[in-house]
Design a protein around this ligand. Structure first.
Ligand code: HEC
Length: 140
């Protein structure tokens, strides 16, 4: 039993050296999404940690193995939609992403794991409606 604990402790120390830090790349402020104030407020509060280059990384997120999951969410999230570089998307891409955003606020987003740690990121009915109206999409 003692050796198992020593093994686990050693493993926890060793994995800290695996690179898994979330980096906020510098991006041109002009490329950031331009949306009405009330929309920006919601995006910044509930989406920016995974869908922008302005991710806030809490202390526990820097510790492996949590950092592995968090980095993966941020990497994937930025790939899908990155509000920091929104204006670099083509009109077609924006349109497609707006459709996805419309759908996402009613089911998958923000991720449930994230809401557990960030209770005030959970979207209220009103906030969902604000986002939906802003996207200009209709159910399909
Ligand atoms: C904890 C990180 C996190 C937060 C916070 C978050 N997302 Fe995501 N988002 C992801 C990840 C990871 C994916 C990729 C999911 C996949 O590949 O299955 C994703 C995918 C998406 C997609 C692509 C389509 C889809 O539904 O898979 C959209 C649109 C989206 N997010 C919008 C939002 C919006 C809008 C918010 C805020 C209301 C938000 N997300 C908050 C991590 C996050």
């Amino acid at each position: 039993m003692k050796y198992v604990l020593i093994f686990i402790a050693t493993l926890l120390v060793v994995i800290q050296f695996i690179p898994s830090k979330v980096i906020n790349p510098k991006s041109d402020k002009n490329l950031e999404i331009k949306a009405p104030k009330e929309v920006m407020k919601i995006l910044k509060n509930s989406c920016y940690d995974c869908h922008s280059n302005e991710t806030n990384v809490p202390w526990y997120a820097s510790i492996a193995p949590a950092s592995f999951f968090i980095k993966r969410h941020v990497d994937l999230g930025r790939q899908w939609v990155n509000f920091s570089v929104w204006e670099s998307y083509s009109a077609k891409e924006k349109d497609k992403k707006l459709g996805e955003i419309y759908k996402s606020v009613y089911n998958a987003m923000p991720l449930p794991d994230y809401i557990k740690m960030h209770k005030n990121a959970k979207l209220t009915q009103k906030q969902k409606e604000i986002i939906r109206t802003w996207t200009g999409k209709t159910p399909y």
